[in-house]
Design a protein around this ligand. Sequence first.
Ligand code: 56B
Length: 379
Amino acid sequence: MSDDEADPELLELLRKSLGISSGPPAAPETKVLESASFICDNSIDVALDMYGTQSAAESIWSQMQQRGYSRKSWSEHELHPSKEEMGDEDRLNFIFTMDLLNFSFWTERDGDSRFAVDYKDKRWTGYWALVAALRRALEEGIEITSPHFWHNGDMTIDTIRHVFRSATDDEMPLLQERFDVMIEAGEVLCMNFESCISSLVTSADHSAPGLANILAEHFPSFRDESRFEGRKVRFLKRAQIFVADLWAAFDGQDWGDFDDIDKITMFADYRIPQILHTLGSMSYSPPLDAHIRAKREIPPGSSWEIQLRGCSIWSVESIRRQIKRKHPDAELNAILIDFFLYDAMKELEKKAQESLTASKENADVREMIPHHRTRSIWY
Ligand SMILES: Nc1nc2c(c(CN[C@H]3C=C[C@H](O)[C@@H]3O)cn2[C@@H]2O[C@H](COP(=O)(O)O)[C@@H](O)[C@H]2O)c(=O)[nH]1
């Protein structure tokens, strides 16, 4: 070995001590699926049912095929922004704002008296009420999706109260928190990304988990993490659904072009656990089951809440693996299963509502378990 060739082992030792990695940078990982597996292995109040998972996988896959459910289904929702009506920058801003605020729409009310937004001659509730309110504001000339507007002092809490005003006397939950996360996001975007969502997305260099990690790193309101059995666990629900919404809205191209989109997991919200339980894929201990049916709140960060969220992520992963086992050519990932389950849940809820109102006395609607009630900005 010539004098100027250093000993490779010595070099490696030096690199390790200086924390310099030798090989190519490791591919970004969110560690969400790993968290979900750990939670599921240590859950005693939520359990996955193997047979329920197998039958859920079959019915989900056959329904997805019957409906031709795909990434394009996202843009078929009448309130989601299409490329015909919004330029790329406006759509980026719209989707970022939507997923910055995509949390906690449930209230103590249900039925016709719950929080709702009237828009385009329809009454929208839940997530769709958020999307409708953003559209309504833009049509009223309020730049509610612009990071500049959040940061230049023009936006006040009264702006938010006006933008998200309800058609009933039941107000959108957490209005102050929604205002706070917009102010915070405006500051972070101004300091780190020239107030441009495009700069934020570009910084991930086409990595889906990379973009989710960047959101969690720079924006506290996207840092959806907890501790369980002495370990940090990550859910990153809104960070991941932002990536997934970009991927779907831009049909896997341009701002939706990610090399590793399949590393995104199901989004741990309060709707998917409900349908996973209804499908028999997930079951609850008697105390937890009773608590949820009584519509009692479950504190954020509590063991029950973390078990519900972690087991839901693992349940959708098990369903995905089951579908791939039976149908190796199936083109699908956790995102599409999740989106499908959310849409299916909303259809179920609508049918249950209609049959309850239509024939209250003999409604044989199997009393679907309610969704769990945790109040937080994470989902
Ligand atoms: N896991 C998961 N959670 C989702 C969604 C969506 C909407 N996504 C749209 C985009 C593509 C899909 O096709 C959907 O059309 C909202 N949520 C969450 O649900 C809760 C709102 O419930 P409700 O109050 O009943 O509207 C709240 O935590 C919200 O964050 C999803 O897709 N997956």
